[in-house]
Design a binder for this molecule. Structure first.
Ligand code: K2U
Ligand code: ZN
Length: 172
């Protein structure tokens, strides 16, 4: 089922997440709900802390072409094992910081190792939007947001606007 996405500022978005020690049915349900929530947003990635679960689980599907078949991925305990010297910049957004975008520069290619829902370890190299997205999501698992790469003034301006958004939403 769809889960509410936490909006910045929220302490749960700033804490490092705990590794998954056992892949239970609960983790399977979490991954399924995260994928449904991501597609509904819509987004191309989502990390567990964004739905209030501080576990090292992320989902992504960066297939943008509606004609192509979706490629939903569930990464449990992901870690970057290699990053290219070459970097790429992307106008990033975040489902926890709605309607704000800023350019972030990251390694253009990364190799990631993770455990799948079937318990099997996989390692894959990502580039393009997939590389940007997987790094953005792994940052979430460390309690890091894309605005942390911006200067303090811009970050503060965005945080203030999010606080106002939350006040207005609370007023209903
Ligand atoms: O983690 C999230 O908040 C989901 C982001 C992931 C993302 C951010 C920047 C660049 C790539 C992925 C959402 O997908 S934000 C919506 C979006 C959709 C397409 C491209 C960029 C951002
Ligand atoms: Zn995000």
């Amino acid at each position: 089922m769809l889960r509410p996405i936490l909006i910045h500022p929220d302490p749960r978005l700033k804490k490092p997440c705990a590794p998954v020690t056992e892949i239970t049915g609960e983790i399977g349900q979490l991954a399924e709900d995260m994928l449904a929530t991501m597609y509904d947003a819509p987004g191309v990635g989502l990390a567990a802390p964004q739905v209030g679960i501080l576990k090292r689980v992320l989902v992504m599907d960066c297939v943008k072409d509606p004609e192509a078949s979706a490629r939903p991925m569930v990464l449990i305990n992901p870690q970057v094992t290699w990053a290219s010297d070459e970097s790429s910049s992307y106008e990033e957004g975040c489902l926890s910081i709605p309607d704000h975008y800023a350019e972030v520069t990251r390694p253009a290619q990364v190799r990631v190792r993770w455990t799948g829902l079937d318990g099997r370890e996989t390692e894959e190299q990502f580039e393009g939007l997939w590389a940007t997205c997987v790094q953005h999501e792994i940052d979430h698992l460390e309690g890091k947001l894309f605005i942390d790469y911006l200067g303090p003034i811009k970050r503060q301006m965005i945080t203030r606007k999010m606080e106002k958004l939350k006040r207005d939403r609370a007023r209903g």
